[in-house]
Ligand binder design. Structure first.
Ligand code: SF4
Length: 330
């Protein structure tokens, strides 16, 4: 499904990007591994945060072989502070597949890229267009916002029908010879001009063709899932053997990472209270109550004492590291 002015729209975006496109490290390379890493990092992390971490991360793991050879703990530790740790697991699984199935060379064909673990439609489009300059469509939240307005379409962008429609538009509009600049331009237009709320239409290279009647009302989204409040009761037990921690079992949200041990509220009620900590994860608003556990508290099978010398290399979520650091002796 295309727009009658598809060619002019695509060219206007490419021309606009040549003047206004931002310079990011991942736009200076055509190395598919470097591009994959940036795309995975950017999925749930802001550009300024990724800019602060990307260079050092790429130095630590400059090729798929480097990440494939790393331990799971090293990989998780390298991701600390970026959140959503399943991303680095998927990246490591992809790196191992590249080493084992492609001799360490990044696949160049769509089928090979799509078969890598953790790679979805968006990442396939990003790799094909940014690394290989092939005319592949790509849709993210920014692109969806631009499309909803350009076509003045009220279909919820996060519904199956909305997603299908937007991928069709993306395929119909992609620039045939400069998809690298075109896809970057489309995303950047959504980030800088066609933003949430009131867009800056006077500066928009697409205003000639845009049908949006009330851009601020678009895109339409499905109702949000409600925020759920949860409370955890965790214990702090530091002995000469180290700090008692629990390793997250396979299949759990933070699989392979460590956290402070958890106990039922009734167990903690008579223990000295050390601190409360509040943080958010996806749609959960978490309150953690931390208690000093008696020295003879028996560890559960999933728990172990981590020597203090190993603590900095032990993967854990940022809230855990923060509260632990606040309670370790200085
Ligand atoms: S004209 Fe305005 S609403 Fe339309 S695509 Fe451009 S910025 Fe978005």
């Amino acid at each position: 499904m295309s727009h009658p002015n598809a060619q002019e729209i695509a060219q206007a975006l490419v021309d606009w990007f040549a003047v206004h496109g931002r310079d990011y490290p991942w736009r200076r390379t055509t190395d598919p591994w470097a591009i994959l890493v940036s795309e995975i990092m950017l999925q749930q992390t802001t550009i300024p945060t990724v800019l602060g971490r990307y260079g050092a991360w790429m130095q630590q793991f400059p090729t798929p072989a480097h990440l494939a050879a790393a331990s799971e703990e090293e990989a998780l530790r390298s991701w600390e502070g970026l959140g959503y740790y399943r991303r680095v697991r998927a990246l490591q699984a992809a790196a191992r597949a590249i080493v084992q199935q492609h001799g360490g060379r990044f696949p160049t064909e769509e089928r090979g890229i799509r078969a890598l673990p953790g790679i979805g439609d968006y990442t396939v489009g990003a790799l094909l267009s940014f690394a290989y300059n092939r005319p592949a469509p790509l849709v993210d939240a920014n692109v969806s916002r631009v499309f909803s307005r350009l076509f003045n379409d009220p279909t919820p962008v996060d519904s199956p029908a909305g997603r299908k429609l937007h991928w069709k538009w993306a395929a119909g509009l992609v620039h045939p010879t400069n998809p690298r600049a075109y896809n970057s331009a489309l995303m950047e237009l959504g980030q800088t001009i066609c933003t949430n709320g009131a867009p800056d239409c006077l500066l928009c290279p697409l205003r000639t063709w845009c049908h949006a009647e009330n851009p601020a009302a678009l895109p339409v989204k499905l109702p949000k899932k409600e925020i759920t409040a949860v409370e955890h009761h965790d214990i702090f037990l530091l002995t000469p053997a180290g700090l008692l921690m629990e390793k997250q079992a396979d299949g759990k949200r933070h699989e392979g990472m460590y956290r402070l041990p958890r106990r039922p509220a009734e167990f903690c009620i008579s223990l000295p209270h050390l601190a409360d900590q509040k943080y958010s994860i996806t749609r959960y608003k978490v309150t953690r109550h931390l208690y000093q556990a008696p020295a003879d508290t028996p560890p559960l099978p999933s728990e172990e004492f981590i020597p203090l010398s190993r603590l900095s290399a032990t993967p854990m979520a940022s809230p855990d590291r923060k509260i632990i650091q606040n309670h370790l002796p200085h």
